[in-house]
Design a protein around this ligand. Structure first.
Ligand code: NDP
Length: 259
């Protein structure tokens, strides 16, 4: 058996939240290319369906699009049920859905604070709770949570304390979950990307285009990455290639946090 065989996901089923576009879509493609059938989850029914159709056509795996809001427990329960009905098991959960909002802390509304924490942290909890139960019942699985380098460093010049609080929470949640669920053969790790060129980043730059040069000056690699650059890491974390790894967060940031 070659080491490359450890990366295969043939016969596995993966749920990827926030997979209609951006990073989540690229992660879904990577997992599909490794052989997994994919349940794509996001709120827009049309965008999710189109992404699912394209990924199935490109990779040959089975895909299912389930519209769901990760902050709504009824939606999440129904999404997990639909995945089990379609594929019979859940082996991989990628908690990627997330949003960013900027505002100075002394001017941020409680509504904005709650919106970000609900999506980035409560959404991770709800999907983990329900998909994780299916993993435990099925004898094990792997969870990959989307954190950010923002969990480890302050970012400049945007003001976004709630985003940093949410991603720090994801790293801590992942570590503790790994400790509690090792006995069920469920591993949990996280990814912490730097700046990745997606709509989320384009919206931030639309508020203040000067931010881009400030960001690039902090990066050893002096460029933002496309979402596809995260594909290898998610396949590693989801597969047997990382079978002795749990509770960790992998930073992929072009060297932003190095100095
Ligand atoms: P995008 O805005 O490009 O995509 C976000 C995705 O999440 C969409 O599919 C969106 O679909 C979905 N989504 C948003 N809210 C919900 C919700 N409540 N329920 C279900 N789905 C939802 O974001 P990115 O691809 O840039 O970011 C993806 C993740 O990566 C986020 O967690 C982000 O914090 C993280 N990240 C991003 C970085 C970057 O530089 N881009 C860097 C580090 C981390 P819909 O609106 O239809 O629901």
């Amino acid at each position: 058996m070659s080491v490359l065989d450890e990366f295969t996901l043939h016969g596995k089923t993966a749920i990827v939240t926030g997979s209609s576009k951006g990073i989540g879509r690229a992660l879904a493609v990577a997992l599909a290319e490794a052989g997994a059938d994919i349940c794509l989850v996001n709120r827009s029914e049309r965008e999710g369906r189109l992404a699912a159709e394209e990924i199935a056509a490109e990779t040959g795996v089975e895909t299912l699009a389930v519209p769901a809001d990760v902050t709504d427990e009824d939606d999440v329960e129904a999404m997990v049920e639909a995945t089990l009905d379609a594929f019979g098991s859940i082996d991989i959960l990628v908690n990627n859905a997330g949003i960013a909002r900027t505002a100075p802390a002394h001017e941020m509304s409680l509504e904005t604070w709650n919106e970000v924490l609900q999506t980035n942290l409560t959404g991770v909890f709800l999907c983990t709770k329900h998909a994780g139960k299916a993993m435990i019942d099925g004898g094990g699985g792997t969870i990959v949570n989307m954190a950010s380098m923002s969990a480890f460093v302050a970012n400049y010049p945007q003001e976004e304390v709630v985003y940093h609080a949410s991603k720090g929470g994801v790293v801590s949640f992942t570590r503790q979950l790994a400790s509690e669920w090792a006995k069920y053969d469920v591993r949990a790790n996280a990814m912490a990307p730097g700046y990745i060129r997606t709509e989320m980043v384009d919206e931030l730059l639309a508020e203040n285009p000067d931010m881009e040069s400030a960001w690039l000056s902090e990066m050893l690699m002096e460029e933002m990455a496309p979402p596809e650059d995260l594909g290898g890491t998610v396949v590693y974390l989801a597969s047997d290639a990382s079978s002795y790894m749990t509770g960790e967060t992998v930073v992929i940031d072009g060297g932003y946090t190095v100095r």
